[in-house]
Write a protein that binds this ligand. Structure first.
Ligand code: PLP
Length: 391
C-alpha cells in the first residue's frame, strides 16, 4: 500500500519560527531541577475575576435558553453595553446593531480580520515590535506582512512619513496597538489624527488594538482612535475584557468602528464560529457595569508592583522607564546581551522567566519584556535575585 503522507499547507510553514524554544527548554529544565521559578513571562493576570462577574455567569448558566447556539455577532444587549461603554468612556456614539460586534476574545477578531480584506499578495502594515498575531493572521490570509518600526526615540510610535508611498499604496490594513504590547507605550489624540490622515491618503484600513486601554497609571486615560473625526470612515478598534477584568480564560472581547469593516468581519465569523456562550455575555455585561473602583483597585495593585520592580531595577543601575500603561515593563538589555541570551541567563541563574524582545520582531532585540503578573513580594524577590547576578 502507498505510504500515507500528512502534508501541512505551505502557509503554516510561512509562520515565523517559534523563538521561545530555547527559553522554554531552559524553563522546563529549571522546573525539573526544582528551581523556584518567578514567572514574569506571560501577559495573563494572576488575580481572580471579580465576584460580580462570576455571579452573573452562575446565575445565567443554569438557564436553558442560554444553552443553545448564540448569535455569531453577539446578543443585542451585549452590543448595546459595548456602545454604552464607548460613549461613557470616550464620548464615541455608535449604533450597536451595525457598529459593534462581540468576539471570542479580541485575538479571535484580530486573527480573522485579514481574511475579510486581504487577498493573496496584499501588504499588511504590522508594528515591529508587536503582538505576533498581526503577522500570523496576515500570513494565514495569504497576505504579506510589512513591518514598520516603533523607534524608541519616537516614544515607540511609528513615523508615518517613513512609510514610503510605494509601500503605503499597496497596503490594505495597518495594525496599531496603543497602549502597546510589548513596549507599554501610549498614544495621544494627535497621533491617532495622523494615523487617520495617513489611512485616508493611502486607502488603508486601520485596525487599532485597544486591549490594554483601561490599564493605565497615575491618572493617564488612553484615548480611542474613534474619538478622532473621520476615524469612523477608516478604522476598527479591538477591545478586550480579558486584561481589564482578569477574564483571559473567559474569551470575550469586541470590535467597534466602521460598519462595513465590522460587517465584513462578521461575514467571516458567520462561517467559522458560532459566537460567545450567552452566559459569558451576561458576565461580560456585568463586567462593563462594574463600579469604577473595580478597575481602579486592580490598577493600584499593578502600580505598586510596577514601582517595586522598576524602582528596584533602577537602583541596580538598569535604565528602565516607568510604564504609563499596560502591565508590562520593557527593559533594555545590558550591553553585550541579545534578548534571548539575557532571558536565558536570567532563567538559569535566578529562576526568573522573562520574554526576549526578539519574539516581538527584530526591533525588539535589545529588550526583554517583564510582566507584572505576580505579587509585589515576588517582584521584590526578583530584584534581590537580579542584584546577585554579575553582568
Ligand atoms: N492584543 C494584544 C496586544 C494582546 O497582548 C492580547 C493578549 O495578550 C490580545 C490582543 C488578545 O487578548 P484577548 O484575546 O484575550 O482579548
Amino acid at each position: 500500500m502507498k505510504e500515507f503522507r500528512i502534508e501541512r499547507a505551505k502557509r503554516l510553514g510561512q509562520l515565523p519560527p517559534y523563538l521561545f524554544a530555547e527559553i522554554d527548554k531552559a524553563k522546563h529544565k529549571a522546573i525539573e531541577e526544582g528551581m523556584d521559578i518567578i514567572n514574569l513571562g506571560i501577559g495573563d493576570p494572576d488575580m481572580p475575576t471579580p465576584d460580580n462577574i462570576v455571579e452573573a455567569l452562575c446565575e445565567t448558566a443554569a438557564s436553558a435558553e442560554n444553552h443553545r447556539y448564540p448569535s455569531y455577532e453577539g446578543m443585542f444587549e451585549m452590543r448595546r453595553e459595548f456602545s454604552l461603554y464607548m460613549e461613557r468612556r470616550f464620548d464615541v456614539r455608535l449604533d450597536p446593531a451595525t457598529e459593534a460586534i462581540t468576539l471570542i476574545g479580541s485575538k479571535e477578531g484580530i486573527a480573522h480580520l485579514p481574511l475579510a480584506f486581504v487577498d493573496p499578495g496584499d501588504l499588511v502594515l504590522v508594528p515591529d515590535p508587536g503582538y505576533p498575531v498581526y503577522n500570523a493572521s496576515t500570513v494565514l490570509a495569504g497576505g504579506i506582512p510589512h513591518a514598520f518600526p516603533l523607534p524608541a526615540d519616537n516614544d515607540f510610535l511609528p513615523d508615518f512619513d517613513r512609510i514610503g508611498p510605494q509601500i503605503a499604496d499597496r497596503a490594505k490594513l495597518m495594525f496599531l496597538n496603543y497602549p502597546n504590547n510589548p513596549t507599554a507605550a501610549v498614544a495621544d489624540r494627535a497621533f491617532f489624527e495622523k494615523a487617520v490622515e495617513f489611512a485616508r491618503k493611502h486607502n488603508i484600513i486601520i485596525c487599532q488594538d485597544a486591549a490594554y486601554c483601561e490599564l493605565a497609571y497615575d491618572g493617564h486615560k488612553p484615548v480611542s482612535i474613534l474619538e478622532v473625526p473621520g476615524a469612523m470612515d477608516v478604522a476598527i478598534e479591538f477591545h478586550s475584557l480579558s486584561k481589564t477584568y482578569n477574564m483571559t480564560g473567559w474569551r470575550i472581547g469586541f470590535a467597534v468602528g466602521n460598519r462595513e469593516i465590522v460587517s465584513a468581519l462578521g461575514a467571516v465569523k458567520t462561517n467559522v464560529d458560532s459566537g460567545v456562550f450567552r452566559a459569558i455575555q451576561y458576565a461580560g455585561m456585568a463586567a462593563l457595569r462594574s463600579p469604577e473602583r473595580t478597575v481602579a483597585d486592580i490598577m493600584s495593585i499593578y502600580a505598586e508592583r510596577r514601582d517595586t520592580l522598576v524602582d528596584g531595577l533602577q537602583s541596580l543601575g538598569w535604565q528602565v522607564p516607568k510604564p504609563k500603561a499596560t502591565f508590562y515593563v520593557w527593559a533594555p538589555t545590558p550591553s553585550g546581551y541579545t534578548s534571548s541570551e539575557l532571558s536565558t541567563m536570567l532563567l538559569k541563574e535566578t529562576g526568573i522567566v522573562t520574554t526576549p524582545g526578539i519574539g516581538f520582531g527584530r526591533n525588539g532585540e535589545n529588550y526583554i519584556r517583564i510582566a507584572l503578573t505576580v505579587g509585589k513580594e515576588r517582584l521584590a524577590e526578583a530584584v534581590e535575585r537580579i542584584k546577585k547576578v554579575r553582568f
